[in-house]
Design a protein around this ligand. Structure first.
Ligand SMILES: [Ca+2]
Ligand SMILES: [Ca+2]
Length: 331
């Protein structure tokens, strides 16, 4: 048992790295209405191209069709070409009210109920994807280059790995323009194991990169005897954030000061997912993963999330720890 648990601890680190490294974005594409030649400016070339498209002299991609339809009435036609010409000379009438649209496609989160290295051969694993981009998004899943779930709106899929080993996983996300991004990664599957104590198989957030939305941390565990109880602790150091106890929900302030070290904990509760306090999480998770020069993160040093699970017989799991460190901050 000791050996198994040690192996798991090492692989948890790998799993964390995989979770944090995920982000994919499009290269430069048309971002505002009328710019069908994607040169970043509205010119008579754009108007001419729309005319030629309507006359079936050239073909448009779905993205060109969408942004060529400058009045957003569902048709890309001569009226749009005329509106482009008008706008070039300063008449803005008739353009869709939203001039510029952020349509970048990215994978914001990719996680599973078993992190890499904790999935067992012969046991179904469910993967979850969070995509972002021009709707509707659809997803396609591959294992070792073979398609295992055809393109659909399903943002999750389940797969049972037949044997232990390394598998090349990939998910492709398509946006409403049929443009796609693929995220590949290596997934480790181990021999079936059993354990007397509960083992945490994954800890993940609903979003990694959008730190303005609500963050929910979810935990999956196996082994021991159900029901489980879960303890969430967030600790770190803050130079500016004031921890306000009234906004923390399930979390209690163990130790905090307007500046300096703080520690928030739920104690043991029944919920395997809990919303994280805005003050602690939202300001700390760097959008690019483990380090960032952006936003206000230079003010913050380090944040640690620790989760432990206790089973019916009070057997406790090894703590599962995620550390977010701002590497650009001086000591
Ligand atoms: Ca243009
Ligand atoms: Ca139109």
């Amino acid at each position: 048992m000791k050996i198994v648990r040690k192996t798991i601890a090492v692989l948890i680190v790998l799993a964390m790295m995989i979770s944090c490294g995920i982000i994919a974005g499009n290269t430069a594409t048309i971002s505002f209405f009328g710019d069908v030649d994607n040169d970043g400016a509205l010119t008579s070339v754009d108007a001419t191209m729309i005319q030629r498209y309507e006359a079936s002299m050239i073909e448009f991609t779905k993205r060109q069709q969408f942004f060529g339809d400058v009045d957003n009435n569902g048709e890309t036609d001569i009226v749009d070409a005329t509106r482009v010409q008008s706008r070039i000379v300063g008449i803005k009438d008739g353009f869709y009210s939203v001039y510029e649209l952020d349509t970048d496609t990215s994978i914001q989160n990719f996680c599973a109920d078993y992190d890499s290295g904790l999935a067992m051969a012969g046991v179904p694993v469910t993967f979850y994807v969070t995509g972002r981009g021009f709707a509707p998004l659809s997803y396609e899943y591959y294992v070792d280059g073979d398609i295992v779930q055809e393109r659909s709106g399903q943002d999750r899929f389940s797969y049972t790995f037949p044997t232990a080993g390394e598998y090349n996983m990939s998910v492709t996300v398509y946006n409403g323009f049929d443009e796609s991004e693929t995220f590949p990664f290596l997934y480790h599957v181990v021999e079936p194991y059993s354990t007397d104590e509960p083992v945490i198989t994954s800890v993940h957030f609903n979003h990694w990169y959008n730190h303005y939305s609500c963050h929910t941390v979810s935990v999956d565990a196996i082994g021991g005897s159900e029901p489980y109880r879960y303890c969430y602790t967030i600790s770190g150091r803050s130079d500016e954030v004031r921890i306000d106890g009234s906004k923390l929900g399930a979390f209690q302030v163990d130790d905090s000061a307007p500046q300096g070290e703080f520690r928030l904990t739920t104690g043991y509760i029944e919920a395997n997912s809990v919303d994280t306090p805005y003050e602690a999480i939202h300001k700390y998770i760097p959008p690019e993963g483990l380090s960032s020069k952006d936003h206000d993160l230079t003010k913050y040093a380090e944040l640690t999330l620790t989760v432990t699970v206790k089973d019916k017989n009070s057997e406790e799991s090894t703590p599962y720890q995620l550390t977010f460190k701002n590497e650009d901050l001086p000591e």
